[in-house]
Each structure stands twice: as structure tokens, then as C-alpha cells.
Design a protein around this ligand. Sequence first.
Ligand SMILES: NC(=O)c1ccc[n+]([C@@H]2O[C@H](COP(=O)([O-])OP(=O)(O)OC[C@H]3O[C@@H](n4cnc5c(N)ncnc54)[C@H](OP(=O)(O)O)[C@@H]3O)[C@@H](O)[C@H]2O)c1
Length: 354
Amino acid sequence: MKSKIAIAGLGNVGKGLLKMWGQLERWAADKDIDMLLVAAIDSSGAVINKNGIKAKSLLDHKTTYKNLSGFAGFRNINMKGAIDIATPDILIDLTPTNIETGEPGFQEVVRALENGINVVVSSKNHLRSVSALREIENAAKKHGALFLDGPSVMGGIPVFEIMNGMNIKISSVRAILNGSSNYILGLLEEKQFDGALSEAMRMGYAEANYEYDIKGHDSALKAVGLCYRLFGRKISVGQVRLKGISEGHIGIDGIKSEYIRKLKKNRKSVKLICSIERKGDRITASVAPTILDSNDQFAKIEGVNNAIEIKGKANGSEFSIFLSGPGAGGDATASRVAGNLKMALECLRRCGHG
Ligand SMILES: NC(=O)c1ccc[n+]([C@@H]2O[C@H](COP(=O)([O-])OP(=O)(O)OC[C@H]3O[C@@H](n4cnc5c(N)ncnc54)[C@H](OP(=O)(O)O)[C@@H]3O)[C@@H](O)[C@H]2O)c1
């Protein structure tokens, strides 16, 4: 089977994916899948080659020159133009997330699905509203295309994929979903907030718009993803209750070093916790700084790691699972993108596509 793939976005995640492309090609070859990278798109334009682009050369070029101009097959066109010319079977959208507009990726993802193109995303644009989720769902259903969004929530922890392998009626979820706020909280014992934030930015952990992280908006988007994939419910990001440490603050904003040190003396710490609960037919979701005892399993989650505890029932028996690990990072998230791409390729192969 031949499978043409387009990648939009060659930043941290996109470059991580290009680094493991050779490994993916060998996996595919073993399954008689001829995986062809036919388009790679960034903000400077696109490289298109229907016979396949060499991932290693492309990565070297992008790393050296920061853009795609000058690489064989380069065209000064946008995502839409590139997809129309390359006609991929699978589009991988790794472009930035914009909670307000959903662009640059959202409309192109919908258009791709409407054209029967299967899509894997790490972007979170579809999680911003019920209508965005509906648009994606309808386009995918109507045109028989796959939409895989595992990498958009908890980057390197395959929570959707694991829970897809179970049949559990989930009653509650608690999770640390934003690595940069967890990192900042960890530094507050030693540094004031601004110093901790600057370090998180210097390390490349905080989003360019760091308010997404520290004010809990990024966690809220991921809470929408958890509601959708684990509880089968569509909610808007605005329905996730954002709380703060005191009046006028949300997320970890406004938390002071003195406060953290005082908690530590009492063997306590604070973490930005997302809680989702099912009560009857109702699902409620919130993101709030939460005081924890030092022996709580969430209190032990350090640095940019994420964690999730899922509780529910299997045939009436109590079920509980706790997962922790790299919730973000180019390589960890790229690895999840690669895993979702493998699932898409397997699925297409079984359906006798191509
Ligand atoms: N990094 C993580 O750990 C992580 C984890 C989970 C989910 N995510 C999500 O995954 C996505 C990618 O994250 P990232 O860290 O790789 O972001 P990034 O480093 O900022 O990379 C974004 C890429 O998108 C490209 N781009 C920007 N505007 C574009 C446009 N109009 N058309 C085509 N390409 C465009 C950029 O082009 P240039 O290279 O030319 O600037 C860049 O290559 C984001 O939506 C993020 O929220 C990231």
C-alpha cells in the first residue's frame, strides 16, 4: 500500500517527527506500506515532491536555515495550496494552537477531512468549543476520514490510547496537564514568580503566549479533550471553571514564593489540578491551584511532567489508574504523533486503501 503524507508545522514537534521518520519508514516497510512524505509546510511556504521528500535532508535544511526556501521542491504557498497540490492521504497538523481563532490549522483540518484526507493533530484548536468539535466530528464522519488527536492532550502520555483499550465507565479524573506551570511551581520555593517564569521561558517550556500556561487556559483546553475522549462529552473551553489562589487570579498566577515556603514547612505543596467529575448525567470540569499533602501522588510530580488519575467502574468493580510522565516536549510529543500515524496507516491498510 502506498500512503502519501503531508506535515504542516516543523517546530519542536515537527522536527522531532522528522528525526524519527527513518524508523517509521522501516516499520512501514515491514508491513508493506510505502510511506511517502509528499509535503512539508511551515510559515515560510512548502516543500512538495510527489515522489517523496528525504526527511533527514529536510530536517538538516530547516535546522540550518530556519525556513524551507532553497530546498528542492520549495514553493511560496500556504497550507491550503500545498495540500491541494500534494493530495495527501494523511495530513499531520503540528501548527500552533490559537484558542481564539483556531488558526492557522483548524479550517485546513476541516477541509482535509471533507476531502476524505485522514488527519493526525498535536494542535489543540478543535478543543476550543463545542462547535469546533462538532465541525470536526461531522466532517470526519460524513467523509469517512480518520481524525486522531491523541498528541494534543498530555503529549507523551498515551492516555486516550490506553483508555480506548479498556471498557470503563469513568466517574472522575484528576490531572496535572500543564508542564510549564508545574515547572514554575517547583521553582517558587527558591525564586519569585517572575524569575521562575523567565526560567521556564528560557528553557522553552512556556508557550510564546505564556498567559495560556500560567492562567490555566492550556489546562482548560486539555480538560475539554479529556471530557471528549474519556467521557464522550463535548464542552466548550469556557465551561471549564478556572480558579486561582485568590480573588482576581486564575491558574498559578499570583502565587508567591513565601506562600510555597510556608506550605512546605507544613509538609504541603500546591499543584495546578484539573478535576472532572460525572454526577448522574452531568459532567463538571475545573482547573484550580490545589493544596496537597506531601504524600499525595500528585505532589510528587516534578518539573514539566504531567500525571492523571482516572477512576471508574468495570461491571460494578472499582477501577483506578494513575499515569505520569512527559506531558510535553518535542520528542515525547513527536513519539505520540508517530504512534497515532502508525494507527492511521494500520487502519488504512486493513481497509485495503491504496
Ligand atoms: N511542544 C509540545 O510539547 C506540545 C505538546 C502537545 C501539543 N503541542 C501542540 O502542537 C503544536 C506544535 O507545537 P510546537 O511546540 O512544535 O510549536 P512550534 O515549535 O511553535 O512550531 C509551530 C510550527 O508551525 C509553523 N507554522 C506557523 N504558522 C504557520 C502557518 N500559517 N502555516 C504553516 N505552518 C505554520 C511554524 O513555522 P516556522 O517554523 O516557519 O515558524 C512552526 O514550524 C501546537 O499546536 C502545540 O500547542 C505541543
